[in-house]
Ligand binder design. Structure first.
Ligand code: ATP
Ligand code: ATP
Ligand code: MG
Ligand code: MG
Length: 257
């Protein structure tokens, strides 16, 4: 087909190929979720329905994009690690990032009613996304450790803050009470003043969610009436510590993939 005289505008597009042989992390984050969670009456500090919906949307992303080796989510954010060897969309950054943000957002809305049956969606939620490259396995593990440490620090603070507020104190007073306290003091305050043992709170709140690939056996009856077993790929949601070495030692295939 003859080229049109307009075709030259294609050359204004910029190259955005991700460097080869590096881990690419796509991190998405809810836009204005402070307001969004308040407008949809999320329980504070952690609404398990909201976190489970985030996990569901992330599972759907991983079922569609096979080059993601692991996902990690906390609060209104999710990180997806794309294999070093991936050639997905010829490693074009904006194509990869925008596709993942879009699959995630579409699924968040699609499954909303399943997780929030009594809460009508007031307005469309949206997420932003970025890609950061990490050249070494150590850098990648440090990135994931950074996010899990962030989850812990925020969750400890938010648990204290909302526990104090729910005891009948204003938000300003709760903030003042927590100012300058370190982790040990927050743990102690929760336990002695409010009878809460922080380490007994659900691991999903304390550690966030780790999504990895797994295979399960599915039994079915074939056309000749015989029972057959086949392997089905699934995405497992766990709440393990990913800062320590144990998780990685037990799953050496993740970093070698
Ligand atoms: P930005 O658009 O800059 O990301 P934001 O309002 O989304 O702004 P974040 O720093 O991303 O700010 O914080 C996310 C907010 O959403 C926090 O206030 C957090 O408490 C709230 N949030 C996220 N998930 C839940 C949940 N499952 N239950 C309760 N609150 C949640
Ligand atoms: P990719 O994921 O690479 O974008 P694609 O299948 O979306 O693949 P496009 O080049 O984007 O391919 O082409 C869009 C396709 O959708 C075309 O086949 C086009 O005919 C079809 N399409 C888009 N809008 C309409 C519409 N309103 N009615 C009928 N067909 C449409
Ligand atoms: Mg946000
Ligand atoms: Mg956030």
């Amino acid at each position: 087909m003859a080229k049109s005289k307009y075709e030259y505008v294609k050359f204004f597009e910029k190259e955005d190929t991700l460097l080869k042989n590096t881990w690419a992390v796509v991190r998405i984050d809810g836009r204005g979720f402070h307001k969004f969670t308040a407008a949809h009456c999320f329980e504070k500090p952690n609404d398990p329905r909201g976190l489970s919906l985030m996990n569901r949307a992330a599972q759907e992303v991983m079922l569609q994009i096979h080059d993601i080796i692991i996902g990690y989510g906390e609060s209104d954010e999710f990180s997806f690690v794309i294999s070093k060897k991936s050639t997905l969309y010829n490693r074009r950054e904006s194509k990869i990032c925008s596709t993942i943000v879009s699959i995630f957002t579409a699924n968040y809305v699609f499954y909303w009613n399943e997780y929030m049956p009594d809460v009508p969606l007031q307005y469309p939620p949206c997420f932003d996304g970025r890609i950061v490259l990490y050249p070494s396995d150590e850098n990648l593990r440090d990135y994931l450790s950074w996010r899990q440490a962030d989850c812990h620090i925020n969750n400890l603070y938010n648990t204290c803050f909302w526990t104090i507020v729910q005891s009948g104190v204003t938000e300003t007073e709760a903030e003042a009470k927590l100012r300058g306290t370190v982790s040990a003091q927050k743990n102690e305050m929760l336990f002695t003043e409010y009878g809460i043992n922080y380490s007994n709170l659900p691991a999903m709140y304390r550690r966030g969610s780790v999504l990895i690939r797994d295979k399960i056996e599915v039994k079915s009856i074939n056309t000749s009436g015989k029972e057959v077993t086949r392997q089905k790929s699934t995405i497992l949601i766990i709440h393990d510590d990913i800062i320590g070495s144990k998780f990685w030692k037990e799953r050496k295939h993740l970093l070698s993939s």
